[in-house]
Write a protein that binds this ligand. Structure first.
Ligand SMILES: [Zn+2]
Length: 296
């Protein structure tokens, strides 16, 4: 399929969307245009070694480090806004061209853009979960609590706000800033084992959620993967299952993909362009009317 030109890919994608029952999977590449960095470079090499769940559980020092860095990063993460690619996907969903998006992103940007049926495979950074009692806590509340408990850090952290945001939503602050950090505790049980409600490295996606995704995949006529290299098994297994079912798999991302050998097409072009064309091809004037305000 290497020699297929962009027009051929474009027609193929439009065809699949018209056929219906596309299952859409999205990854970090979808949010890079919103200013949120990806774990991997275009070559597929992981640029960042994120904290694993066992490190996080193992000790207070790791949690102090995690929450300090994350406290600084959150402001930028929280203020990220959906980009054109998110909006095109939402428009296609709204028009009934597909139902479900399985996202590996933890930023909630698909929902902000208007997508309704979104399965968050890796959770959402806007919440925390207590590892002791499973209670959930709102992230904004945690930020406030953290600042109240650590006023000196909160003030020092202002200086670090312009450092680059990392894929975990944290910032690589000077370790000397992190001392005597008082952790926020669970509002229900008082434990300091509050973890962001995301699947950390070394952790598994909950079984019922995986089953739910496979269930959606069984009904799908094709799989469209947008902005994900499928580098981790939690996403890759869906491409493998789609290949077993022999349904078309279209990958849209600008770099490497682990599912290259399984795909019907691998479109190496900016996501917003590819999805814009799909919207034009499949929705045509309907969408131009519906979203006229945005284009004018
Ligand atoms: Zn608790």
């Amino acid at each position: 399929m290497e020699n297929e030109g962009p027009m051929d890919d474009r027609s193929h994608l439009a065809h699949l969307l018209r056929e219906g029952d596309v299952l859409v999977m999205t990854g970090a590449g979808l949010s890079t245009e919103s200013g949120l960095p990806d774990y991997r470079g275009p070559d597929g090499v992981r640029r960042v070694e994120p904290m694993t769940v066992s490190e996080f559980r193992a000790g207070v020092a790791a949690r102090q480090r995690y929450w300090s860095r994350s406290y600084v990063g959150w402001e930028r993460f929280r203020t990220a806004r959906p980009n054109e690619a998110h909006r095109h996907l939402a428009a296609l969903e709204k028009a009934g061209l597909f139902e479900t998006t399985i996202t590996q992103n933890v930023d909630g940007l698909a929902q902000q853009a208007g997508s309704r049926d979104v399965i968050e495979l890796h959770g959402n950074l806007g919440r925390a979960v207590c590892l002791n009692c499973r209670a959930l806590a709102d992230r904004e509340w945690i930020q406030q609590q953290f600042a109240t408990r650590n006023p000196v850090f909160a003030q020092d952290a202002e200086r670090a706000r312009d450092l680059p945001l990392r894929p975990d939503g944290d910032v690589d602050i000077d370790p000397s800033l992190i001392h005597d950090i008082e952790l926020v505790v669970c509002p229900t049980c008082g434990s300091d084992l509050l973890k962001p409600d995301v699947v950390m490295f070394g952790e598994s996606v909950p079984k019922d959620l995986v089953a739910h995704c496979f269930n959606r995949l069984e009904r799908a006529k094709s799989l469209l993967v947008v902005g994900s290299s499928l580098g981790v098994m939690s996403g890759f297994r869906f491409a493998r299952r789609a290949a077993e079912r022999d349904i078309p798999i279209v990958l849209v991302n600008t770099g490497w993909s682990r599912a290259e050998h399984l795909a019907t097409r691998h479109v190496h072009r900016p996501l917003s362009e590819v999805l814009q064309e799909a919207v034009w091809d499949v929705l045509g004037d309907v969408d131009r009317d519906a979203s006229g305000d945005r284009r004018r």
